[in-house]
Design a protein around this ligand. Structure first.
Ligand code: NAD
Ligand code: AHE
Ligand code: ZN
Ligand code: ZN
Length: 370
């Protein structure tokens, strides 16, 4: 058992509390990882708010990390002490029905226990004064030391700075992957991106890499527009500037609608707008944003009858173990930059400030450094 500094979420809506926790040794098939850095994603805030139907407390949140393998449990063969790894909330076992289907990245091997905040054997590795603390999304990167199943670790290039590529553990891969894998945006396409946080801006990078002709960026916070333009947005729109619905505005701007749209907010109303701004006959809308408990999407079925397609994407459709290392290599080769995303860096002790900055719309990503 080792001691670890961690940010504990004791209950919904409460600030995180920095405390020392006990971390149990990795069991068979598990790995102890020292987290070097972690991003703060909107989904952490979503769960902390109490809106997540799977939210469970007390827990150690965080799922956008980079770290180093400290110790391996019995039978672990694919990673070794000293390896650099990115934790995966979407693991890849390679043998479940989902992995074998070739149709999805949503490995289900450990999904049930992961959703209950537990390791695959149904127990936790975190304790505070003898009381169990739950894991989160199988990652819990808001702890200096965390335990993950071997199948939930992507081994990445040791040259890659962990305090940058941690962002590939969620937001950046999600946005780029949704464009390149889920939608498969092609050269010359017209694209709309709703929400210009870490995920939406990454979708813009993906659309620019795919050589989309027109990239329309939508946000109610205009301070995001400069970076959106720098990354490739051709038009930046604030829905509040119009009397008409944003879907009407976009349909008029684009001679009938966009080929692809991406909802990167988590708001069921903008999900509808994102679908309805798509071109009749072929436009595809991808839901990336995560909506709160009990919320539902709506549209006229006629929107789908007339050829628009509604899809969703988790972790950009990326298979973590086999494909994420390639994203890290592409980053190292200079194909895209992460500098612009890291607006703030701070120690774990200041993590509540990172949540405040996100809620105030002042950050893209804060990286917590241990
Ligand atoms: P973020 O908070 O950094 O960015 C959200 C952006 O949406 C902000 O710029 C905000 O101003 C904008 N916005 C809010 N309301 C709006 C409105 N009504 N109209 C236009 N813009 C609006 O969040 P993020 O970290 O980029 O995450 C975005 C969403 O994606 C969240 O819901 C998050 O939970 C989800 N997410 C999903 C996945 C996945 O795998 N599906 C992965 C990561 C994040
Ligand atoms: N627990 C929520 C859903 C949360 C959710 O959709 N998570 C995304 C990743 S968000 C990362 O920032 C995801 O991968 N979902 C697939 C999965 O299996 O969780 C709820 O509504 O219950
Ligand atoms: Zn995330
Ligand atoms: Zn699997």
């Amino acid at each position: 058992m080792i001691k670890s500094k961690a940010a504990i979420a004791w209950g919904p809506g409460q600030p995180l509390s920095i405390e020392e926790v006990d971390v149990m040794p990795p069991q068979a098939g598990e790995v102890l990882v020292r987290i070097v850095a972690t991003g703060v994603c909107h989904t952490d805030a979503f769960t902390l708010s109490g809106e997540d139907p799977e939210g469970i407390f007390p827990a150690i949140l965080g799922h956008e990390g980079g770290g180093v393998v400290e110790q391996v449990g019995e039978g672990v063969t694919s990673v070794a002490v000293g390896d650099h790894v990115v934790p995966l909330y979407t693991p890849e076992c390679g043998e479940c029905k989902f992995c074998k289907s070739g149709k999805t990245n949503l490995c289900q091997k450990i999904r049930e226990t992961q959703g209950k905040g537990l390791m695959p054997d149904g127990t936790t590795r975190f304790y505070k004064d003898g009381e169990p603390i739950f894991h989160y999304m199988g990652c819990s990167t808001f702890s200096e030391y965390t335990v993950l199943p071997e199948i939930a670790l992507a081994k990445v290039n040791k040259e890659a700075p962990l305090d940058e590529v941690c962002l590939l553990g969620c937001g950046v891969t999600t946005g780029m992957g949704a464009v390149m894998n889920t939608a498969k945006v092609e050269e010359g396409a017209t694209v709309a991106v709703f929400g210009l946080g870490g995920v939406g801006l990454s979708a813009i990078i993906g659309a620019a890499m795919a050589k989309a002709d027109r990239i329309i960026a939508i946000d109610i916070n205009e301070s995001k527009f400069d970076l959106a333009r720098k990354l490739g947005a051709t038009d930046c729109i604030n829905p509040k500037d119009y009397e008409k619905s944003i879907q009407e505005v976009i349909v008029e701007l684009t001679d009938g609608g966009v080929d692809y749209s991406f909802e990167c907010i988590g708001n069921v109303h903008t999900m509808r707008s994102a679908l309805e701004c798509c071109h009749k006959g072929w436009g595809e809308s991808v839901i990336i944003g995560v909506a709160g408990a009990g919320q539902e999407i709506a549209t006229r079925p006629f929107q789908l009858v007339t050829g628009r397609v509604w899809k969703g994407s988790a972790f950009g459709g990326v298979k973590g173990r086999s494909e994420l290392p390639g994203y890290v290599d592409r980053y190292m080769a200079g194909e895209f930059s992460l500098d612009d995303f890291i607006t703030h860096r701070m120690p774990l002790e200041s993590i509540n400030e990172a949540f405040d900055l996100m809620h105030e719309g002042k950050s893209i990503r804060t990286v917590i450094e241990y």
